[in-house]
Design a protein around this ligand. Sequence first.
Ligand SMILES: O=C(CO)[C@H](O)[C@H](O)COP(=O)(O)O
Length: 219
Amino acid sequence: MITLLPSVLSADFANLGNELDTLKKSGVTEVHIDVMDGMFVPSISFGMPVIASMRKVSDLTFDVHMMVEEPGRYIDDMVKVGADAIGVHAEACKHLDRTIMQIKDAGKKAYVVLNPATPLSVLDYVLDKIDYVLLMTVNPGFGGQSYIPQMTEKIRDLRRKIDARGLDVEIQVDGGIKLNNVETVIDAGASRIVAGSSVFGDHTEEQIAAFLKIFAEKN
Ligand SMILES: O=C(CO)[C@H](O)[C@H](O)COP(=O)(O)O
């Protein structure tokens, strides 16, 4: 089963309620929410108040990607405002295992995010505790960047590691995913596809339909 997670970073923030409505009507079930702190990544996006407002008008599954130094400080807040899945960067956590357990103890899905240059070995002792791994396929911080081609091999390597251990962990990818490269990442082993600038815009419904058509052929 392949899932599309539109990244609201590319949505019209003045029109967020309608954007979420459009996603739901187009058959989307999960939305990707990028929280940036201006420290771990250069830019600042938004935080808990915006997510709480989104929660009031949407019953989509909220997948919160925390691009935040020491995200453990904010897990309880994210749970309170309605996060269903929470991703933390291995590079941002002094105590990655503890932060994962905080998320799991709150009853939420937990995932670890790796920057493009971070080796897969950081996952070795936590892979069996998480629901997904998010491989960044661009350097985090901005939407609209180009997919880094070396990430295809990284997705394949991770798929092999997960399968060799017989684990039920999905691979999520984020950054530069478009209609013309999404099949490459799926064939490499990704099943959760984040897409921002290639979804939102003047033709959001048509773009989603085109992604979902490809997914249906792959399922
Ligand atoms: O995490 C992110 C940026 O750090 C975004 O989710 C990602 O870049 C999606 O945007 P696009 O699909 O336009 O590349």
